[in-house]
Ligand binder design. Sequence first.
Ligand code: FES
Length: 165
Amino acid sequence: MVDASLRREKLELTRRNFLSLIGWSVLQVSGVAFGLMGLRYFWANTSAAPPTKFTIGRAADAANFSETVPYVDVAQRTAVWRRGNTLIAIWLKCQHLGCTVKIVPTGYNCPCHGSKYDQNGNVYAGPAPRGLRWLGIAVTPAGNLQVDKGEQYAPLTPAAYYHIT
Ligand code: FES
C-alpha cells in the first residue's frame, strides 16, 4: 500500500517537471528566435535603388508641356517645365539636406530649413550651398522623353535644355 504523502510528492514532482519543461521550451524558442535575428545581420540592409531614368511622355507631345504649370513626377521629385521651345527638368531635392522643395510663385521653397530658390532653381536664401539640379532630358529610340537623374547640371546650363523639334 502506497503512502498518501508519497503520492502527493509524486504529484508535486510531476507538476515541477511540467513547469520545468515549459520553462525550458520557452528558453529554447527564445534562443532560436534570437539566433535567427542574429543571422539577419549577414544580409545587407539595403533596398533596390529607384531607377535613375524615367519617362515623362512622348517626344511628339513635348510642345504640350505647360510654361506656367509644371508636369510633376511626385515619385521622382522632378518638375518639368516648357520654356519656349525647350523643356527643362528640375530635381525638387533641396541641395542642403535633401528635403523635397515646394513649388511657389517665386520659385521653390524648402520646408525643412528655409532655403529659397528662384524660378530657375538658383539659391538666394537659406543654408543650401548651391542651386537645384537640372536633369538631362533625351529621346529614347522608342520616341519617349526620358529624364536622367544621373545627368545633373547647375541651373541654366545650356546642355540641360531639351530642344523641341
Ligand atoms: S533641407 Fe532644405 S534647407 Fe535644409
